[in-house]
Design a protein. Sequence first.
Length: 226
Amino acid sequence: MNNISARLNADLAQISLYRPIPAKALSDSASSVSKRFFDIVCSFIGLIFLAPILVTIAVLIKATSRGPVLFAQLRTGLGGKTFVIYKFRTMTTLENGDRVVQACRNDCRITRIGSFLRRSSLDELPQLWNVLLGDMSIVGPRPHAVAHDHYYGALLPEYRDRFRAKPGITGLAQCNGARGPTETLDKMSRRIRLDLAYIERWSLAMEARILVKTVKVIVGGDDCAF
């Protein structure tokens, strides 16, 4: 992971998407501390108990397609600062730069195992490491590729307000039907409204409800993700 991070940061560390944003994720410092504690506990326990699943997925990826097990890409986090996100590789391409094409239904770039991983959201599990490092949170606005941040940031003035919180593995938008591709501006606009509602109304109770609803969405077979 360190080698991947070093290479990506060397290539793209100079990217500055927006002017600096005050690094204050939630309404007060007490909320930030409690949320960080929640993130550390959940990510640490998750990495330990899910270790057999993580290893199994890694073996299946290597056995069914060429390329690395992990996909690393630069994303934008709290305060507009970039970080390297980790996911299980689900596609034959490893796009990371000025042009990143979103995955879509029946995308020929998706591998055999990748289709299942994306539908079940198991490809997101390596982000527990991002949470433990402090780049991400268990719950928060989903981070997009930097190229997409540039694109939507130019079209939607409220887009940059998402960076008032750490990005999350799941979020209010993802458990309310706003997962998957954003092929229209209306879809992205709705996702942003839900992200900002989460930031403004955050509480540990809301955090718990989002997690429970996320599980229901995944178990229920929501096919928004590809």
